[in-house]
Design a protein around this ligand. Structure first.
Ligand SMILES: Nc1ncnc2c1ncn2[C@@H]1O[C@H](COP(=O)(O)OP(=O)(O)OP(=O)(O)O)[C@@H](O)[C@H]1O
Length: 660
């Protein structure tokens, strides 16, 4: 046992020594780990700074006017031929600018003529109403249909229309004149002198009426002439202003915002300019040029007046789409629907349409039908149907016209504004949404008004559609790490907004192929968005600093749509970033001069096929919702291979454009 004790003791000592060594080893390793940790943090912060520096450099590079860069490079390396073509291009540019300014003047003249013509029309209406026969313009035609004539041997025959004007009613009450006239009836009056008045009285009355009738006919002709002129000027004005217009409305800081202490703003406009808006984000300012910018104080009426000509063109057989785009709470619904005391575009449009239909009554007969759908997660639902839960699909019309239709979609015929208000669209929307606000912000709501007109004298028929679309909120829902249902929503919203942006770009650039089928929304609106129709994109933005990121994204989207010039001859691609945004445009854009190759995106519709080197910086991201900037997730469409996620996955440093 003593020997055994000794052995055990020495074993314990040995183990203690080992333990001591291990402890020392552990301390040493811990030291190494914290040193490595520290070095890693240093490295990370150094890399972050480097990335920021590179981004700053890149943005400075990009902010330089690209045309100038291009010209400088060309002049450096190219021959006199290039110089000559540069001079020619400049001349062409000057010519185009002159044309632009003369078109602007022409536009102004047309606007003045239009106003003049409207004044004349108003004057004529006034004259007609005072002519003693008819007391309102809507009755001009009834003066013609008021067939007043004398047939020898048959006496005076009068057809009195349903809408008998008060003045005529008074005449009808005069003894011996139209005493026998009844609403909507034809009455033979005896050619003999009426009792109590004598033959002279009757013939004087007749000759007086003959003159009044001639005056009315004359006035009617002038009125019709004015109506035609007005229509012509309308069309010319709309053509000149462009059939696709991108407008922007700034939402004022509301009382609610003030109560919440949100008063700091990040958006400004230039005095005297009604088409530019500047926003500040992360300390940087950027100015955007659009077709028109409505200041926060702009009224609902001012907004509507800008688009009224487009709305009214539906009566002449045009299809018109008006979209409200923007983040949740930026005022899309306010602009489209408005509030009861101050209605928005939808109601004003209907009012204007009914007023115009009334003014044309007698010349034209119109019928109006309504349909209302919601598109949520790429599923179409009928908001006027008995079963709003039912999913609808878009199909080719079996009538062989090549038109699309939605089988089973409810279409309600409405006679007037009052009936429209009874349409239960919103009620249906509310009944099947668990949380209407939540849901409505993430679904597209589409109200379609179809107007069919028939010309009473020629029988010509027109059919126009007004599509009023309150788009889903464009905010960066996945930035907050959305998952499951929210992520699915975000992807489908992103996909459909992207598709809409692409369609509008392609239309503005008058491209042969327009990718309508990329989303349910654009597919559904295909016949209203195509050539010859009219589109307004109303981009809503908030002034608040807390929304500056979303504001920047919305404005980038607006400008991407807006920057595409109309017509291939004047097509201009401002920067490589823009080129990437519009891969399809590149097929027809000018190639860089020889020896000046840069990596360029592919020209095929597939955005960035494998094998193309290049990682796109935030400003080059082709996704209209700028997903690149929004998260580390790849965009479901364009950036799917080349989004930030891919770039981080070892494809090279973000922001680099490698030469090919
Ligand atoms: N120009 C404006 N003037 C006054 N108030 C406004 C204006 N624009 C919006 N608002 C108010 O701001 C709030 C949010 O607007 P609105 O509901 O129209 O936003 P939205 O973009 O349609 O949101 P969502 O995407 O959730 O439907 C509303 O209370 C609305 O009355």
């Amino acid at each position: 046992p003593p020997q055994e004790n000794e052995g055990l003791r020495s074993r314990v000592q040995h183990l203690e020594t080992c333990l001591q060594q291990k402890l020392e080893e552990l301390v040493r390793l811990e030291g190494q780990v914290s040193a490595l940790q520290w070095r890693k943090e240093q490295e990370v912060s150094r890399l972050d700074e480097r990335i920021q520096e590179l981004q700053r450099m890149l943005e400075t590079q990009q902010n330089r006017p690209p045309d100038v860069q291009y010209v400088t490079q060309t002049v450096e390396v190219e021959s006199p031929t290039t110089l000559r073509s540069l001079v020619e291009a400049e001349e062409r540019n000057r010519g185009l600018l002159e044309q632009l300014s003369s078109q602007g003047e022409r536009c102004q003249q047309l606007a003045e003529q239009l106003q003049g013509s409207e004044e004349v029309t108003a004057e004529l209406r006034h004259k007609v109403s005072r002519s003693g026969t008819i007391d309102r313009v809507g009755g001009i035609q009834t003066s013609l249909s008021l067939a007043l004539w004398v047939q020898p041997g048959f006496g005076l025959r009068v057809r009195v229309p349903e809408s008998l004007p008060p003045t005529l009613a008074v005449l009808g009450a005069q003894p011996g004149s139209l005493g026998a006239a009844r609403l909507g009836t034809e009455c033979p009056c005896p050619p003999v002198p009426a009792p109590n008045t004598g033959g002279a009285g009757h013939s004087a009355w007749l000759s007086g009426h003959g003159t009044a009738s001639e005056t009315s006919r004359d006035l009617l002709q002038k009125y019709q002439h004015e109506v035609l002129l007005r229509k012509k000027y309308h069309s010319q004005l709309v053509e000149l202003k462009g059939n696709i217009r991108v407008l922007c409305r700034l939402k004022p800081v509301t009382e609610v915002d003030q109560r919440e202490g949100e008063v700091s703003t990040a958006v400004s406009t230039e005095p005297g300019s009604d088409s530019s808006v500047t926003t500040r984000y992360k300390g940087k300012e950027r100015t955007f040029e659009l077709d028109k910018v409505f200041l926060p104080e702009a009224t609902q009426e001012e907004v509507f007046l800008e688009i009224e000509p487009l709305v009214l063109s539906c009566l002449d057989g045009y299809n018109v789409c008006i979209f409200a785009y923007g983040q949740t709470g930026s005022g899309k619904t306010y602009t489209m629907e408005g509030v009861p005391e101050d209605p928005g575009i939808n109601q004003r449009a209907l009012q204007a349409l009914y007023q115009e239909m009334e003014a044309r009554a007698g010349l034209w007969k119109y019928s109006v039908t309504l349909s209302m759908v919601e598109i949520y997660n790429e599923v179409i639902r009928d908001l006027l149907g008995k079963e709003p839960q039912e999913k609808l699909d878009i199909k080719l019309n079996p009538d062989g016209s090549g038109q699309l239709h939605v089988p089973g979609l409810t279409s309600v015929e409405v006679q007037g504004l009052r009936e429209i208000r009874k349409v239960p669209g919103d009620r249906n929307r509310a009944t099947y949404c668990t949380n209407m606000n939540e849901r409505s912000s993430r679904s597209h709501a589409l109200l379609t008004i179809t107007i069919t007109g028939t010309n009473c004298s020629t029988g010509t028929k027109t059919s126009g559609k007004l599509n009023l679309v309150d788009l889903a909120g464009s905010e960066r829902v996945w930035k907050s790490g959305a998952q499951g249902e929210r992520l699915k929503e975000a992807q489908s919203i992103n996909k459909s907004l992207l598709a809409l942006g692409e369609v509008i770009q392609a239309l503005r650039a008058r491209q042969g192929h327009v990718p309508f089928r990329n989303s349910k929304l654009t597919y559904l609106l295909q016949d209203s968005l195509g050539k010859g129709n009219k589109t307004v994109m109303m981009v809503q933005i908030s002034l608040l600093e807390k929304n500056a990121g979303e504001t920047m994204c919305s404005l980038k989207f607006a400008q991407r749509v807006c920057k595409v010039e109309l017509g291939p001859a004047s097509r201009r691609i401002d920067s490589w970033g823009q080129s990437i945004l519009m891969p399809m445009l590149l097929a027809t854009s000018t190639a860089p001069p020889a020896g000046k190759t840069r990596s360029r995106p592919p020209t095929s519709a597939a955005p960035f096929p494998a094998g193309v080197a290049g990682h796109w910086t935030p400003s080059q991201c082709s996704c209209p919702t700028a997903c690149w900037e929004r998260s580390f997730m790849p965009c479901p469409q364009v950036c799917i291979q080349w989004g930030r996620g891919a770039a981080r996955g070892g494809m090279g440093p973000p922001g680099s454009i490698s030469a090919t």
